[in-house]
Design a protein around this ligand. Structure first.
Ligand SMILES: O=C(O)c1cc(=O)[nH]c(=O)n1[C@@H]1O[C@H](COP(=O)(O)O)[C@@H](O)[C@H]1O
Length: 313
């Protein structure tokens, strides 16, 4: 199957959940055995951190691949460590794809059209992992430079069966400073939403959704409900569940009545489940993978019990 949203929806229906696991490694929080393996086998700080991030993410992938449709590696944590970090990210993406997961690379790229085309060619492998160095199915994209800068991403997404998620209304505390600015009674994020919906319609697959999606934070449920209505053909990537304080009730409005149309991300809440109750009480530190597994299963049940995603079960 070539089309991004159709592939993603098939994966969501197969796994019966819209839960998305973010891969956001932080060195200070890594399990002790992973840190000592990396120290034993590498010498420079960058190589040690990169090797530890890779092992950590690959072990998470092994745990969550049978449970969820997709993962979202956060490029920033890897890029911080230069070439060693980037090589680790590249292998993590490939391994996730080999494990049958849809991979959304979270690098929030965006630039003038001709430069954006290079980003699109580099990241958007789409259906065939061999068609781009970064081998991702999908990329997060910043639309601030204007609609023409989205075009190269759209064209390459269509060609390769890839997707993008455009930042529309983000989850952070300062999201409103620019995104809520009004001109002629319309918020900036509503203008972006209208442009994204147009692209979603243009790229619609066999199902209801386009390959061009939107990032909408779970931490602003009112805006999320409004945007679901404004963008009926736009698949949503919804971050903010868990560590940023949003719960299943806050994301219920992101779905259509079949339980499709949105994927809900949790990064720290899954990656570092072992650091917080109830998992820190149930599991010893070295049992962190069991904590990852149970936290993922709990998130899946929470979404199934409190949102239309329950229809997928
Ligand atoms: O594009 C994103 O995924 C994103 C957009 C947004 O509005 N807010 C947001 O938190 N994110 C990302 O989602 C992840 C959130 O992680 P947790 O808060 O740990 O679940 C980080 O990688 C963020 O960069």
């Amino acid at each position: 199957m070539h089309h991004f949203s159709d592939r993603l929806n098939a994966a969501i229906q197969k796994k019966k959940t819209p839960a998305l696991v973010g891969l956001d490694p932080r060195f200070d929080w890594l399990p002790a055995d992973i840190v000592s393996n990396a120290n034993r086998n590498h010498h420079t700080q960058a190589e040690i951190v990169a090797a530890a991030f890779e092992e950590f993410c690959l072990r998470i992938i092994d745990v969550v691949a049978p449970l969820v449709p997709a993962v979202k590696p956060q490029a920033a944590f890897f890029e911080e460590w230069g070439p060693a970090g980037c090589a680790a990210l590249q292998r993590v993406i490939l391994k996730a794809r080999e494990a049958g997961l849809v991979v959304i690379c979270d690098a929030k790229r965006g630039d003038i059209g001709s430069t954006a085309e290079a980003y699109a060619r580099g990241y958007l492998a789409g259906e065939n992992p061999d068609s781009a160095i970064w081998a991702a199915d999908c990329l997060t994209v910043n639309p601030y430079l204007g609609s023409d800068t989205l075009e190269p991403f759209v064209n390459i997404a269509i060609e390769r069966g890839a997707g993008i998620y455009v930042l529309v209304r983000t989850s952070n505390p300062g999201a409103g400073t620019f995104q809520d600015r009004k001109t002629d009674g319309t918020n900036l994020y509503e203008c972006v939403a209208a442009a994204v919906e147009e692209l979603a319609v243009k790229t619609k697959g066999a199902g209801n959704y386009g390959s061009i999606g939107a990032v909408v934070g779970a931490t602003y449920p009112e805006e999320l409900n409004q945007l679901r209505a404004l963008m009926p053909h736009t698949p949503l990537l919804v971050p903010g569940y868990g560590s940023q304080g949003a719960g299943a009730g806050d994301v219920a409005g992101a779905f259509d009545n079949q339980g499709l149309g949105a994927i809900i991300n949790s990064s720290r809440g899954i990656n570092f489940a072992i650091r917080k109750a109830p998992y820190s009480e149930k599991f010893a530190p070295q049992e962190w993978e069991q904590a990852v597994e149970v936290a993922t299963i709990d998130m899946i049940a929470d979404l199934a019990n409190h949102t239309p995603a329950g229809k997928l079960q």
